[in-house]
Ligand binder design. Structure first.
Ligand code: ZN
Length: 236
């Protein structure tokens, strides 16, 4: 029985190391996911800015077309003026030209406004693109570190798994099963020391008879409170 308890204690030590490595791996993976998400977020921001810019540019070229057309109309009307015979018609054409000029002024103002909007968005997009480029440099360094760390964790993990496999083999099926269930249900601690009549897993007092029987180590005993497998450290 003592041999089995020794094996179980060592097995638990390996499992705890494996758990710790698993946590470290997950932490790094989470960090990497966060980095990836941030890059995607900024890329999407840049893309959306670029989309807005080309939309504005399209609107601006429509306005420019309208302005050109209106300008051509003005020139055409003004060209007709010298040929006009009646005062009434003359005034009518002048009025037409005046209206067209007002419209042109309005179109020019709208084009100016689009220019300003485009310039502002372009500046913003350039800034975002720059910070993205800087970020990508830092990120590639950090991701390289993460990659290396994950690789070395994985190597350690595989070594531990092998060790664990050979450790668990000599244990009876029943004991393996009890151990596994306890690991799951008792926060990764299945095997605990009993000291001064107390279970160090749950800190409850053990019946004296049970505690004393642990020193004989004739069979594997469990804590009546937390069901963990108990051992005692014998002083020489
Ligand atoms: Zn206990």
């Amino acid at each position: 029985m003592e041999d089995q308890m020794i094996l179980l204690k060592e097995l638990q030590g390996l499992d705890q190391k494996l758990n710790a490595i698993g946590q470290d791996q997950r932490k790094l993976e989470t960090e990497r996911e966060g980095i990836d998400a941030e890059v995607v977020r900024i890329r999407e921001m840049v893309a959306s800015l670029e989309g807005s810019i080309s939309e504005l540019e399209e609107q601006r070229s429509q306005l420019r077309l309208a302005l050109d057309q209106e300008q051509a109309n003005i020139e055409k009307s003004e060209g007709r003026l010298p040929e006009i015979k009646t005062q009434k018609e003359y005034l009518a054409v002048l009025k037409e030209v005046d209206t067209a000029k007002k419209l042109n002024k309005d179109l020019s103002d709208q084009i100016e406004a689009k220019n300003a909007e485009i310039a502002a968005l372009t500046e913003e997009a350039t800034e975002k693109q720059q910070s993205l480029t800087e970020m990508e440099e830092q990120i590639s360094v950090r991701c390289g570190e993460i990659e290396e760390a994950l690789k070395s964790f994985e190597q350690t993990r595989q070594g531990l798994v092998k060790e664990r496999d050979s450790q668990i083999k000599p244990l009876s099926r029943d004991l393996q099963r009890r151990y596994r269930l306890l690991m799951e249900r008792r926060a990764g601690v299945a095997v605990v020391e009993a000291r001064n009549g107390t279970c160090l897993g749950c800190n409850m007092h053990l019946p004296p008879q049970l505690f004393n029987s642990l020193f004989l180590a004739q069979e594997i005993k469990t804590c009546p409170h937390c069901s963990r497998l108990l051992y005692v450290v014998k002083e020489d």
